[in-house]
Design a protein around this ligand. Structure first.
Ligand SMILES: Nc1ncnc2c1ncn2[C@@H]1O[C@H](COP(=O)(O)OP(=O)(O)OP(=O)(O)O)[C@@H](O)[C@H]1O
Length: 616
């Protein structure tokens, strides 16, 4: 049920309390359609709960004139904080106010007003139970009821927020409604700043882009937010709860939520980011990757719960995100557990994956592309990133399903094995596609003059790479970027086209979309080992490429060793072996029998090489 609260309530559905004099049925109707035929006295479809407390105070409780006015104001309103409660659509004409019930005011998901005893006691336990769809112990209901000051709407919100699960200490002097909501702002996890030379100059947070989002209001009223006002983007998370699993075993339900709220400068919660945005924004906040600064772009004069408030979010990449080990600091526990058929991911792996998806979505939203000189390369890379994100999400969903399945079965579920294999194949495909993307920036080398064929561009690049591998030439090390990393340029102007402060020596940052790592250091392709594997596609000319290397990297025999026994060339030969000659430039090719003749003919085609075929 918890996910429900993270989602914006459906615009077409409303939830209403009713007058004590016209009790609601104990069970809500199943569908809008069925409810549409309910008599008006059963379901109200108009104007409940949208006045600000101050104006309410001025309203005489039984003033029919004012109530009519309120009715008028609310005619046609179709939103609510019902969190999906199925209720009839708004009626075209408001039903008349009943017994002052319209005094019920202010729809907030969080409980942060100081209003006290003006709320009538309208808590119906049966109705509450039917709405939340769970039979709760009497104690829990009491806690919720008390925290909600007997207000059914609040109680439903509190239930879905999960705040009631961590009992709030009830202080008789403090009205329950004024108590802090159970939605807790994430504690900040300060990780020590590593003394990395480049990072020293990096500010705590650096602007990376901006995007717009249609958030939804969780309160109603006037004047708490206007166009151009800054808003704080905060994480709100409900407490982990104890749950009872199969067989009565208790476990902590650590299921993470993604609630991300925005507050005004007075700290009042105004609303929340929509689920699809909150899903990745929450990760980037939790993992201290980003800071978000919001500005209100549009807010209706009179806000009602579930109204859309448009925000512009400016995104800053935090310095901590670039520090190695910052992620590990989030979760030091290795909670990996091994199933019968698959290895479950550890918390760290999961965080990396969420971070990866978060970054990919962020860059997509702020329209930030990797720095690349060649559009083909860029396209390949972007496709690869998005595909990787898709896979990650797919994996997550499959895992959730499997977990659900597992919890429903006592025995191990072997059907999950196939899924994970399929996903692994998908991931391999993605990596393969990535490897296919051609790096046009890779330097090329010309073969030696003894080589008689013309090398194609990619073959020259392969030759360059092979030469640097054989020679382990240090000067080439920093020139090629690791193929799995992306380079991004720090923006020079912000969304208002104002110049941004630049940081000395840090013009770029690098993202590995496959691991979720980010860095300000150039991720050079490792060149520390000699030798390698040339694994071009079939038919691209690997034989020719190798032969160009044979021509181009000829080691001259050292005259100093010619009289000694330090070289294989100086070993004593078999006395009767005919045709054996010293071979100072020899390259030994070991090939399957079927390819030997091909090697031979290619070698002869490529230039002045003597070829000796030996079967053994
Ligand atoms: N630069 C070139 N100039 C002339 N011919 C070339 C060149 N590059 C490749 N070829 C020719 O293309 C053909 C395919 O090359 P080759 O068989 O070496 O590819 P390969 O990558 O080794 O293939 P496989 O993976 O099947 O072993 C050969 O006949 C080769 O001579």
């Amino acid at each position: 049920m918890r996910e429900d609260v993270e989602q914006r309530p459906s615009k077409r559905q409303r939830f209403f309390t009713d007058s004590p004099s016209s009790p609601l049925p104990t069970k809500p109707r199943g569908t809008d359609a069925s409810l549409a035929h309910c008599p008006e006295h059963e379901y109200r479809t108009d104007h409940v709960a949208t006045l600000e407390p101050p104006s309410l105070d001025r309203i005489p409780k039984s003033s029919p004139r004012l109530e009519d006015e309120i009715d008028q104001q609310h005619t046609g309103v179709q939103t609510t904080e019902s969190l999906g409660l199925p209720i009839a659509d708004a009626a075209p004409t408001p039903s008349p106010p009943q017994n002052g019930i319209d005094r019920q005011i202010e729809e907030e998901v969080t409980i942060n007003t100081t209003a006290t005893n003006t709320i009538p006691d309208i808590f119906d336990v049966d109705l509450f139970t039917s709405i939340v769809g769970e039979q709760l112990p009497a104690d829990s209901i009491k806690i919720i009821q008390s925290a909600a000051s007997n207000n059914l709407e609040r109680a439903v919100n509190i239930y879905f927020d999960g705040s009631w699960k961590k009992p709030v200490q009830i202080n008789g002097n403090v009205p329950a409604r004024s108590r802090k909501p159970a939605l807790l702002v994430q504690p900040s996890l300060e990780t020590p700043v590593e003394n990395e030379s480049v990072l020293r100059h990096q500010p705590p947070a650096r602007y990376v882009g901006a995007f717009g989002v249609g958030a939804w209001a969780t309160r109603s009223g006037f004047g708490f937010l206007k166009h151009g006002d800054p808003v704080n983007i905060e994480r709100a998370r409900s407490q982990p709860t104890m749950k009872r699993g199969r067989g009565g075993k208790s476990f902590i339900n650590n299921k993470s939520d993604v609630l991300t709220r925005f507050t005004n400068t007075s700290g009042q919660e105004i609303g929340r980011l929509p689920l699809e945005t909150a899903e990745w924004v929450s990760t980037l906040i939790d993992q201290k990757i980003c800071r978000f600064e919001g500005v209100c772009v549009f807010v209706p004069d009179r806000v009602r719960v579930n109204d859309t408030i448009y925000l512009q979010l400016r995104v800053y990449l935090r310095k901590e995100a670039f520090q190695s080990g910052a992620l590990a600091a989030l979760n030091t526990d290795d909670n990996r557990s091994t199933g019968l058929f698959e290895e479950k991911e550890s918390t760290e792996e999961k965080n990396l994956r969420l971070r990866q998806v978060g970054l990919v979505k962020l860059f997509h939203e702020i329209n930030l592309h990797p720095t690349s000189t060649n559009p083909t390369t860029e396209k390949h890379k972007r496709d690869g990133i998005l595909r990787a994100a898709e896979i990650a999400e797919q994996y997550d969903n499959t895992k959730k399903e499997k977990d659900k399945l597992k919890s429903n079965k006592d025995s191990n579920d072997s059907s999950g094995e196939d899924d994970s294999e399929e996903l692994e194949e998908d991931q391999l495909d993605t990596l393969y596609q990535k490897a296919q993307s051609f790096d046009f920036n890779m330097p090329a080398a010309d073969p030696a003059s003894s080589f008689t064929l013309d090398l194609r561009k990619y073959q020259q690049q392969a030759l360059y790479w092979m030469l640097s591998k054989e020679k382990d030439s240090k000067q080439t090390r920093e020139k090629s970027m690791h193929p799995l990393w992306e380079e991004y340029t720090w923006p020079r102007k912000n969304v208002d086209d104002k110049d941004l402060p630049q940081v000395k020596n840090i013009d770029h940052f690098y993202v590995n979309p496959y691991s979720g790592d980010i860095s300000v250091d150039f991720p050079a392709q490792e060149q520390h080992c000699r030798g390698g594997i040339l694994a071009d596609e079939m038919g691209l000319g690997k034989t020719i490429e190798m032969l160009s290397l044979v021509h181009s990297h000829r080691v001259e025999p050292d005259p100093r060793v010619s009289n000694g026994l330090n070289s294989v060339n100086d070993l004593a030969r078999m006395p009767n072996a005919s045709g054996v000659v010293p071979a100072p430039y020899t390259t030994l090719v070991v090939a399957p029998t079927s390819l030997i003749s091909q090697w031979e003919s290619e070698a002869l085609k490529a230039g002045t090489l003597r070829v000796l075929v030996y079967y053994g």
